[in-house]
Write a protein that binds this ligand. Structure first.
Ligand code: PEP
Ligand code: MG
Length: 586
């Protein structure tokens, strides 16, 4: 049994489907003598296709962002055509009779060994580019997700080093029942995507790809963080029983879909969904969300073959608005950097990416690109539909008052320009994502110039605790129920309520039963979470009174450690809603 971090609750058993960066089919790893020529041809074809991709990327990025930023794709093309590189691959195919993917795997390993020995840091970092080119090439040889896992049909457990958004999109059609990744924590892509689909998932299982192969039976317990490869008959049957109980509980909760989201004493609670795509918007409707509290636009960019222009963005935003509950959507501008990067915005060499050039800071540096996005969002609010819409715009990772003033001015400029172009423009509330401790400290002055606040607790917790949200080694610190985090949340929520400004919390803790009760006690009434969590939170709200939540909060705020708060809250959940115990975890 392996232990990682349970990032999306539930138990599932399925067949492993391993995602290696370069897929080498073991059956065709070695070539027959008479296949060598055809394999060389296949490699050439893949090279031509990769070159075409890189040229298209260059053109699009150069026109949308700037020639300088597009330069990276020129550099990649140079690597692709580098005679030493192509000769090495050909040599592996001809002399070692390796299929092209196996040859690429070998050449990548050789470059990795060579580059990591280099003294010069700049050169060492060029490995990223070489790797990028090789992986792009291998995608044209054997699309990573195209192969059928061994063992036929049935639920699949994805096992990957880390799950990229583009892979998740490519997988959209398949029946993915569980996810296990080697890296990542509670708030990494894989975790967020798994939760939005209600798929049990475990992150941070070091080296798992070495211990599992396609077709192995894998148990994923996303509630406890346990992963078992090829369990014995007794363990398998015990886990099958747990899986049935979990599915049953979810089915029962799903019946709450049409019940009002109210506490036991009749206070209305706004339960919104966090989404990344139209599929998630549909899931939000299916789970009974009242609207979308966070649409993360970066997935549109991360999964696009090049750069979505204004019209493409407009179409995508409009589709999201149309698909969302009550056409109510809060759209967040690009939040790249940190763990989410696209090569053309140029941020691959930072010692501290989460403290560096990410999110709004990156957007400010690309004014044309940023303005295009704001234009598309403002236009989408108007053009979405003939039916009424409620579209808002919010900006991530705001740190200072000046930044907030600057984005407000940008939105107003865009509105004026659109009016001058003869477009009808809707009113659009402008909000701030509260994710940086400095903004929490200066919330009073920020509140004077924002229409609403959305607390991004995933980032707020990592910055308050100085503990990387994706690093399993410090996950014991990156805890939303730690006393200092609770104190800051309490004071921010109180400040927003005093100022009469709407406040939502859209970090992952909104969908955690223990945190939900405490946040209700703090006076929060609006929550945005992965759609799959909405039925459970609705059920919990209906077991809870405001007075009861306030008492629980008072008790929790007296405690001094995260462990104490967790234990106290586990007891409270067992008492309030014993039916939800299987879904409750720290
Ligand atoms: C957050 O930081 O809490 C948040 C919701 O944004 P993201 O997880 O996309 O950084
Ligand atoms: Mg964030």
């Amino acid at each position: 049994m392996r232990k990682g971090i349970g990032v999306s609750p539930g138990v599932v058993i399925g067949k492993a489907y391993c995602i290696h960066e370069i897929f080498v089919n073991p059956k065709t790893r070695r070539l027959a003598e008479n296949k060598i020529f055809a394999e060389l041809r296949r490699f050439e074809l893949a090279r031509e296709r990769t070159a075409a991709d890189l040229r298209a990327l260059y053109e699009k990025v150069a026109s949308q962002v700037g020639a300088e930023q597009a330069g990276v794709f020129r550099a990649h093309e140079t690597i692709l055509h580098d005679p030493a590189f192509t000769a090495k691959v050909r040599e592996r195919i001809v002399d070692h009779r390796e299929a092209a993917p196996a040859a690429l795997e070998h050449v990548l390993a050789a470059y990795t060994a060579l580059f990591t020995r280099m003294e010069d840091e700049y050169l060492r970092e060029r490995l990223v580019d070489v790797r990028d080119v090789i992986i792009r090439l291998s995608g044209h040889l054997s699309p990573v997700l195209a192969q059928d896992p061994e063992g036929g049909s049935g639920p699949l457990i994805l096992v990957a080093s880390e799950l990229l958004p583009s892979q998740v999109v490519a997988l959209g059609m398949r029946e993915v029942a569980g996810i296990v990744t080697q890296s990542g924590g509670q708030t990494s892509h894989a975790a967020i995507l798994a939760r939005s689909r209600g798929i049990p998932a475990v992150s941070g299982v070091e080296g798992i790809l070495r211990n599992v192969k396609n077709g192995d039976t894998v148990v994923v317990n996303g509630s406890t963080g346990h992963v078992i490869v090829n369990p014995d008959a007794e363990a398998e049957s015990a886990y099958r029983k747990l899986q049935r109980e979990f599915v049953h509980l979810k089915d029962v909760l799903a019946e709450n879909r049409d019940l009002a989201a109210v506490t036991a004493d009749g206070t209305a609670i706004d339960l919104l969904a966090n989404i990344n795509s139209v599929e998630d918007a549909r899931a939000a409707v299916a789970m009974g969300a009242a609207g979308v509290g966070l649409f993360r636009t970066e997935y549109l960019f991360l999964t696009h073959p090049n750069v979505p222009d204004e019209e493409e963005q407009l179409t995508a935003y409009r589709a999201i608005i149309e698909a969302s509950p009550q056409r109510r959507v809060t759209i967040r501008t690009l939040d790249l950097g940190g763990d989410k990067t696209i090569p053309y915005l140029g941020h691959d060499r930072e010692a501290n990416p989460f403290l560096g050039w990410r999110s709004i800071r990156l957007s400010f540096e690309h004014p044309q690109f940023f303005t295009t996005q704001i234009r598309a969002i403002v236009r989408s609010a108007m053009q979405a539909s003939t039916a009424p819409t409620d579209v808002r715009i919010m900006f991530p990772m705001i740190t200072t008052l000046e930044e907030m003033r600057r984005v407000r001015a940008m939105v107003h400029r865009v509105r004026r320009a659109l009016v001058a172009e003869g477009e009808r423009v809707a009113e659009l509330p402008i909000g701030l994502m509260l994710e940086v401790p400095a903004a929490a400290v200066s919330i009073e002055s920020l509140l004077e110039i924002v229409d609403f606040v959305s607390i991004g607790s995933n980032d707020l917790v990592q910055y308050l605790m100085a503990a990387d949200r994706d690093n399993p080694k410090v996950s014991h610190l990156c805890q939303p129920l730690s006393p200092p985090v609770l104190m800051v949340l309490n004071s921010v929520i109180a400040a927003c309520n005093r100022a009469g400004k709407p406040v939502t919390l859209c970090g992952e803790m909104a969908g955690h039963p223990r945190a939900f009760v405490l946040l209700i006690g703090m006076g929060l009434r609006s929550f945005s979470m992965s759609p799959a969590f909405i039925p459970m939170i609705k059920d919990l709200a209906r077991h809870l009174t405001i007075e009861g939540a306030e008492k629980i909060l008072t008790g929790a705020m007296r405690l001094k450690t995260t462990n104490q708060v967790n234990q106290f809250m586990a007891d409270q959940i067992s008492r309030l809603a014993p039916n939800l115990r299987p879904l409750d975890s720290a």
